[in-house]
Design a protein around this ligand. Structure first.
Ligand code: NAI
Length: 300
């Protein structure tokens, strides 16, 4: 089989001045995509701005024979999102791929978490994905082609101590991914989510120095590239990627317990059965959940 190429495609990667976004951009750029390297260039918690990081990634792509342009807008506002998409249109004439990757951290245990720790985190991760994807989406619908990848996290999918703000935003992106997958299907727009683990400035103190060599951002980029490739058939799915392993997260539903005259006591008495993972299914959409119910109704 031929190598995966991106000739003719234009990709926006947000938060691409360092870490995972940088690695994704370099890989896409080396495989023929023209890349908008977006990064505000602020601190890990989202303060300040610096055009340097995005520009250095652009220089690296261009020096390696690729084509890229830097963009310093913030994903956190609708105007910023529109300006990022405008950069793609002005420089490259189209947009085929959006990787929503920009992120900040403001960790605190929930009882200590004040609004100034919540709003900026939601604004960058969750609203940021809306802000950048929507103007790109309008172009993608028009052209009948698009690929979107949203960066989620096990902090939301599985729940991580001290990250209620971040976890909520990251799990919000799962819902965003699944709804857009449904809406994009007839326009050949596919939308997936990635839950990465990599040693970056965001995680260096959590992982510790020993993990630096194993948890390379470059080992997450292969699944990111595949998920935004034209040939990738899936949409609405969530992938875990870390240190060279790729796996799929999915949302399962147990067979459950059915009683048309359900009472709280019946729930209590059948709780083990309700929770039993044996025979679980993986509904692709709400229609699958209704179909499971319809089957029970038929059985009486
Ligand atoms: P990073 O801190 O190196 O990268 C995030 C980038 O986003 C930074 O370069 C930052 O300047 C940029 N950014 C922040 N706010 C922005 C804004 N308003 N507009 C534009 N750019 C902005 O960290 P890393 O690890 O590369 O994170 C990338 C993504 O992966 C984030 O969404 C993060 O939450 C997610 N993630 C990372 C994990 C890891 O193990 N490194 C684990 C799970 C998720």
């Amino acid at each position: 089989m031929a190598d995966l190429g991106f000739d003719g495609k234009v990709a926006i990667v947000t938060g691409a001045g360092g870490g995972l976004g940088r690695a994704h951009s370099l890989m896409l750029g080396s495989r023929g995509a023209r890349v908008v390297v977006n990064d505000l260039g602020g601190s890990r918690s989202g303060e300040g701005a610096d055009a340097g990081p995005a520009q250095s990634v652009v220089t690296a792509i261009n020096e390696a024979g690729g084509e890229a342009v830097a963009d310093g807008n913030s994903v956190a506002t609708a105007d910023g999102g529109a300006a990022i998409v405008d950069t793609a249109i002005e420089h490259f004439g189209r947009v085929d791929i959006v990787i929503n990757n920009a992120g900040i951290l403001r960790d605190k245990t929930f009882h200590n978490m004040t609004p100034d720790m919540v709003d900026p985190v939601i604004d960058v991760h969750l609203r940021g994905a809306f802000n950048v994807t929507r103007p790109a989406w309008l172009k993608m619908r028009e052209q009948g082609y698009g690929r979107v990848l949203n960066t989620s996290s096990n902090s939301g999918i599985l729940g991580n101590f001290g990250q209620a703000n971040y976890g909520a935003a990251k799990m919000g992106l799962v819902g965003f991914t699944r709804v857009l997958a449904a809406e994009g299907a007839k326009y050949n727009i596919r939308v997936n989510a990635l839950a990465p683990l990599a040693w970056t400035r965001m995680t260096e103190d959590i992982f510790g120095a020993d993990a630096a060599e194993r948890f390379l951002p470059e080992l997450v980029s292969p699944i990111a590239c595949w998920l935004v490739h034209e040939d990738c058939p899936v949409s609405g799915e969530i992938y875990s990627a870390a240190a060279g392993r790729v796996a799929r997260f999915f949302i399962g539903m147990t067979e459950g317990y059915f009683d048309p005259a359900l009472t709280p006591e019946a729930v209590r008495d059948h709780f083990d059965e309700i929770r039993d993972e044996k025979g679980y299914t993986v509904p692709r959409n709400p229609a699958d959940e209704f179909a499971a119910l319809a089957k029970l109704f038929e059985q009486g």
